[in-house]
Design a protein around this ligand. Structure first.
Ligand code: HEC
Length: 151
């Protein structure tokens, strides 16, 4: 009843080879599919308009880490009113008692960082600008650094 081992060994080797071949075929397929995709993207004219738009939202890898962090905070908390480019044209802007400040204007850009920080912290609740007191100093200074890039 025992000792029926030997027959199995002959079957094992072809199986291993088959698995090996399958892995290689899958690898080649993966490379082909991967290559095909990136070709399609770079030649798509219609897509490039959308790409430009989402590039505005994308984090620029060359950015200073603080500015990058500020951009993240801005995109999470501020774009609804101030808009992606800080121009005061966010989706929620129309519902506000006052138009959100266009942050690209020189009257904002020329403010000292400390003044700008205070304005963000205190907000202007009666005009629809919430106070952002829960942000720590680092978050506020990153936000200010990012706002100063919105020219
Ligand atoms: C709910 C809408 C809303 C959100 C969200 C919002 N703001 Fe504002 N913000 C406003 C409005 C409205 C004003 C104009 C207030 C005024 O003129 O008194 C304003 C004004 C400002 C000003 C100019 C303040 C001044 O006194 O000149 C700065 C700077 C600013 N916002 C930064 C931010 C930042 C940074 C965020 C995100 C952390 C943010 N805002 C989020 C609505 C918003």
């Amino acid at each position: 009843m025992h000792g029926t081992g030997p027959g199995g060994e002959d079957k094992r080797n072809p199986l291993k080879i088959l698995v090996f071949i399958a892995v290689i075929v899958l690898l080649i397929l993966y490379i082909l599919v991967f290559g095909g995709c990136s070709d399609g993207q770079s030649s798509g004219d219609a897509g490039s308009v959308n790409n430009t738009k989402s590039a505005e939202l994308a984090l620029n890898p060359n950015m200073d880490p603080g500015v990058k962090n500020g951009q993240k905070i801005f995109q999470t908390n501020c774009v609804a009113c101030h808009g992606v480019r800080g121009k005061g044209d966010g989706g929620a802007a129309k519902a506000l008692p006052k138009k959100p400040q266009d942050l690209t204007l020189s009257e904002i850009q020329n403010l000292p960082n400390s003044v700008l920080s205070q304005k963000i912290r205190n907000g202007a609740p009666s005009n629809g600008m919430p106070p952002w007191k829960h942000f720590n100093d680092k978050e506020i200074s990153d936000l200010v650094a990012y706002i100063k890039t919105l020219k």
